[in-house]
Design a protein around this ligand. Structure first.
Ligand code: FES
Length: 135
């Protein structure tokens, strides 16, 4: 079974980065794939429009753990706009590719990022403090 996964996927599965929660996170997203049941929760700390911390919890297969782990490494340090431009294809490519049957794990990572960014916007966090106080 291991031969289906490339070395980057296996490395992130065995040694996932940034596992956990962020107390008082700026944004939280949670997505469950209704077909396979894998679930990922993503926590972001955003300061000045930049993602300064990203952590995750995944209940799922090795590919979904690796995708979420890699996602956190990709978004850390990025502006919200840069992160919003990330795609599942870019996540899969950064993992060195995924077996066809597991390609949807990168989609799960993209979707949970979008959910977290939507949560951030819904909280009004995208409004600069000066504008938020005006009026
Ligand atoms: S089996 Fe669906 S993302 Fe893991």
């Amino acid at each position: 079974m291991d031969h289906e996964y490339g070395p980057i996927v296996l490395e992130h599965f065995v040694n996932p980065r940034n596992v956990g929660e962020i107390p008082g996170a700026s944004a939280v997203g949670q997505i469950k794939n209704d077909v396979c049941g894998d679930l990922t929760k993503l926590f972001l700390r955003i300061e000045g429009g930049r993602i300064v911390d990203a952590r995750f919890k995944t209940f799922g297969c090795g590919a979904s753990i690796a995708s979420a782990s890699l996602l956190t490494t990709l978004v850390r340090g990025k502006t919200v706009e840069e992160a919003a431009a990330l795609s599942a294809a870019q996540i899969a490519a950064a993992l060195g590719g995924l077996p066809e049957t597991k390609a949807h794990s990168a989609v799960l990572a993209e979707d949970v990022l979008r959910a977290a960014l939507a949560d951030w916007r819904a909280r009004g966090s995208g409004v600069p403090p000066a504008a938020a106080c005006a009026g």
